[in-house]
Write a protein that binds this ligand. Structure first.
Ligand SMILES: C[S@@+](CC[C@H](N)C(=O)[O-])C[C@H]1O[C@@H](n2cnc3c(N)ncnc32)[C@H](O)[C@@H]1O
Length: 214
């Protein structure tokens, strides 16, 4: 087992043998694909498990998806946060979408190599999608004021998991300034409360539950 996988296991001790194997293969797969199609900044590759895998899994410290949950990852790039989350939640369906076809090629190949049957990858612009989901997850795509109109009609207005359906967005820096522009309610979780690596000092998960007259 590589040291990155050991790190993941230290924070998620209930991983199965299959999940351990899948996490273990990730770095090699991305190194190979990244040499052909740049989906991860090269200088980031030596911090791959912290900056990409563990960061993506920060969402799982905030929300446990039940079997049958449907999740959309918008602007997934090479598959973050969708691929690590799909390994962790094999009974949840993940729809990974990006507007750039080459990135979706990488996502499809990685999912195939890992036999992730719960991953569907599609080249599309977020605005054009018509299905409904329990949760939308995302990292580093655009400001929430732009993002929110893309997704608000795509979240099922019923609660299937322990907490209301909604958006789970990975963000660094000043969350409040950006979130207040939207006028919507949200909860901020600090990833430094869960992970001790310096990288997480400023990293957050912003949770926006769907809203009605509740
Ligand atoms: C900075 S990258 C982040 C990629 C990935 N989420 C990550 O954290 O590694 C932003 C991605 O959003 C995609 N994107 C931007 N606008 C989009 C849209 N309207 N619909 C789908 N994807 C979009 C871009 O193609 C790009 O791959």
């Amino acid at each position: 087992m590589n040291s990155g996988t050991q790190l993941i296991l230290s924070y998620f001790p209930d991983l199965t043998e299959k999940q351990i194997e899948q996490f273990d293969r990730l770095q090699e797969l991305y190194e190979d694909w990244n040499a052909k199609i740049n989906v991860i900044s090269r200088k980031d590759m030596d911090q791959f498990y912290v900056h990409h895998v563990l960061h993506s899994l920060g969402i799982a410290k905030v929300m446990r998806f039940q079997q049958g949950t449907k999740v959309l990852d918008i602007g997934t790039g090479g598959g973050f946060p969708g691929i690590p989350m799909a390994i962790l939640f094999p009974d949840t369906h993940f729809h990974l979408v990006d507007s750039i076809g080459k990135k979706i090629t990488v996502v499809k190949e990685v999912a195939k190599a890992l036999k992730l049957s719960n991953v569907e990858a599609q080249q599309a612009r977020a605005e054009t999608l018509v299905r409904k989901y329990d949760f939308v997850i995302s990292r580093a795509v655009t400001r929430m004021i732009n993002f929110y109109p893309w997704v608000k009609g795509k979240i099922k207005k019923e609660d299937f998991n322990e907490f209301p359906n909604g958006i789970l967005y990975l963000k660094g820096g000043d969350v409040d300034e950006e979130m207040e522009e939207t006028g919507k309610s949200y909860v901020t979780y600090h990833l430094s409360d869960y992970f001790k690596e310096d990288f997480f000092e400023t990293k957050k998960v912003v949770y926006m539950p769907w809203e009605d007259k509740r």
